[in-house]
Design a protein around this ligand. Sequence first.
Ligand SMILES: *Cc1c(COP(=O)(O)O)cnc(C)c1O
Length: 247
Amino acid sequence: MGTPDARTNQLASNLQHVKKRISAAAQMNSRVEPQLIVVTKFHPAEDVTRLHGLGVSDVGENRDQEAAQKSQDVGNLDLRWHFIGQLQKNKAKSVVRYAHSVQSIDRASLIQALSTAMVREQDQSGRGDLGCLLQIDLSAEAQTGQGETGNVGRGGALPANMLALAEQLSHSQGLRLDGLMAVAPLGVDPVPAFEKLALLSQQLRSEFPDAQTISAGMSHDLEAAIAVGATHLRVGSDVLGPRPAVG
Ligand SMILES: *Cc1c(COP(=O)(O)O)cnc(C)c1O
């Protein structure tokens, strides 16, 4: 390998800046530094390879087709792939082939589909259970229970449905309930939403003590997420730059 290319240098500098923000926020709030998941959606496999070379261990993707291809393209790299997007049941079979975790579980039928797919995958590959996070809708509408579909905000289950889904997940073969994921509502202060998420996590852990994960915080609100005790951050644009236009 020769000297790093310009893109690698840019990624290294962005990554360093984000890591500084993470340690500063963790220190200020007396929190353990969360695990950084770099969200590589819309960016090419070459960037994933560069990030791996820079020490990144965890990447996030939100579309199955793109993630399946990319994970195959860099197949020999030791990386954990986290699925963080809206997931259709018919994609479950594909996702369980490469995903270390699925963070965007929002309904009973998806839990069932993932369990079925995972049991089959385990028969073939012998791999361990799939890490699963319930995505919670933190929008104001969801708090008052007005969302009829459970998808009124930026995706996720209504808080009122959390425990029932957790119960189902904890009994589903091939799946392991690790905790919660959420995206802060658009255009408002993320702090109250993340505080709500921390409370829900407490409630979840009182019944499922192993479900410790709180995946919250993106490029613009990672400090607020760290303040409430996020264990995982999902940072895209502040590491990779603006996402290319969808082609
Ligand atoms: C794209 C995405 C992110 C990363 O967002 P940035 O603002 O680019 O950091 C995090 N979480 C989810 C669910 C996403 O879809």
